[in-house]
Design a binder for this molecule. Structure first.
Ligand code: SF4
Length: 461
């Protein structure tokens, strides 16, 4: 199914001044914090190389690592389920919930479950999935969806949140102090944690060597969710594996510094199978493909599967920091969304996303696993053009190629341009062009064709 074209959604989001000012304040703060803690590590670049190398190895031997992970989880007393797509994953989780006769589950923030629309699937089966991450809870209460990978409610300010809580979970609350808002959510969530029979989580990493699942988070709600209910269901994209337990050492340094600008995550939860008398007594791990093996086939595009969802690329992107995440019409916003979503849903269904970038390269510079996002963007643009087939743009480009191949033709067209621009040029700039070129000058000026070309200037000397 096609997603809304980026120019339309971005145009709409840009009208929201509150969103833009919230985004600017939040991304500026996180960006500066990240830069500070990254500068503390003299071997930061080597760590990035190590992260990239581990991820490349995982993708090269994914079949082996997945089987190893499955056998370790099973040996630890867990159950592994394989889901080819969102529908299969939804069915697996629904059947587990139905087998336990529950009509409510608690969830810790997980992009993977958002990707497969798990809450809607469960709701259709009469099961209420309650988000327990504070930001996710805020969005769920208001029927909204995340606009940032990490700071899901980055587009909301605390007054909006106070008003929302007053209408929903904390009638009578008047304070918009963050501590009071957190307390209101804590009181509401605590009773849900205590009565929940099933917890659902995503995962940051799965360790093939040991069958360990790892979740990192900042609030502790994730740990409640993964330890209090007697049944735990964890859903992992198949690319989330790392080969060895020791590999976590690399990623647990890269991730917090790149994401929240912290030296370490406040909560790092690891569980391996089940342990009698401690934590959930029934563990299900769902390994989700949902397009990932198709991405793996693409030698350039597969880098997107290295992503550890730190969100550093969002915070530095000049496009994301203006439009916010909703403009990307996907759970994966920003530069990573621009390269991952078109590959997961098919380029023909998200052809505008690879163009949601200035190609400035800031995302590549901060990416902790050195994903060459600009390279993948260009690769996907080429694919989008090929998928479109013959279009007005391809005809114009072919004509331009023909003109540029002959110096006389180029000189002729330049002369034509100089004459044609006369009614529109002011002070060396074209501020408004007629259709079909008007799209270019709608939001920016075009430099006028200079009076003298370089070639004639050169000839005169
Ligand atoms: S692409 Fe790189 S910078 Fe962006 S979220 Fe993924 S790991 Fe982080």
């Amino acid at each position: 199914m096609s997603i809304e074209a980026f120019p339309e959604s971005a145009g709409r989001e840009l009208q929201n001044l509150q969103l833009r000012s919230n985004l600017r304040a939040a991304t500026d703060t996180i960006r500066l914090k990240r830069a500070r803690v990254v500068a503390e590590l003299p071997d930061w670049d080597e760590l990035r190389d190590a992260g990239r190398a581990i991820k490349a190895d995982v993708l090269a031997r994914l079949d082996d690592y997945l089987v190893q992970f499955e056998s370790e989880v099973t040996a630890g007393g867990g159950h592994v389920h394989w889901a080819r797509d969102a529908a299969e994953a939804g069915t697996i989780v629904t059947e587990i919930a139905q087998a336990h006769g529950v009509d409510e589950v608690v969830k810790v923030k997980s992009l993977t479950t958002d990707e497969i629309h798990l809450n809607d699937v469960l709701a259709a089966a009469g099961i209420r999935a309650v988000e327990t991450d504070l930001a996710e809870l805020i969005l769920q209460l208001d029927g909204d969806w995340p606009s940032h990978i990490l700071v899901a409610a980055i587009h909301r300010n605390r007054r909006e949140i106070r008003d929302l809580f007053a209408r929903t979970i904390a009638p009578g609350i008047t304070s918009d102090d963050p501590a009071d808002l957190a307390e209101a959510s804590r009181v509401y969530l605590r009773q849900l944690f205590l009565r929940a029979k099933i917890g659902i989580s995503g995962a940051n990493f799965g360790v093939a060597e040991t069958g360990t699942v790892c979740v990192v988070e900042s609030e502790g709600n994730g740990r409640m969710c993964t330890t209090l209910p007697p049944v735990l269901v964890s859903i992992l994209g198949i690319e989330k594996l790392v080969p060895r337990f020791d590999d976590l050492e690399v990623f647990l340094q890269l991730l917090p510094r790149s994401s929240t600008g912290e030296r370490m995550n406040p909560y790092t939860s690891l569980w391996t199978g089940v342990t009698a008398g401690d934590g959930p007594q029934e563990l299900h791990v769902v390994l989700l493909d949902n397009g990932r093996t198709r991405v793996l086939q693409d030698e350039i595009g597969r880098q997107a599967l290295h992503c550890i969802r730190c969100s550093a690329c969002l915070n530095v992107c000049p496009v994301y920091t203006r439009t916010g995440g909703h403009a990307y019409s996907s759970v994966y916003p920003g530069p990573i969304g621009a390269i991952l979503t078109p590959q997961l849903v098919g380029i023909q269904n998200a052809a505008s996303l690879p163009y949601a970038s200035t190609l400035c390269g800031a995302c590549y510079e901060v990416c902790p696993v050195k994903i060459d996002i600009p390279q993948v963007l260009l690769h996907l643009r080429a694919k989008a053009v090929r998928a479109r087939g013959r279009s007005a743009e391809s005809v114009v480009m072919r004509a331009a190629g023909w003109v540029f191949r002959g110096p006389r033709r180029l000189a002729f067209v330049q002369r034509l341009g100089r004459l044609g621009q006369l009614p529109f040029a002011r002070n060396g700039r074209l501020r408004r062009l007629p259709p079909p070129l008007s799209g270019w000058t709608r939001s920016r000026d075009l430099k006028a064709v200079p009076r003298t070309s370089f070639r004639s200037w050169w000839r005169q000397r």
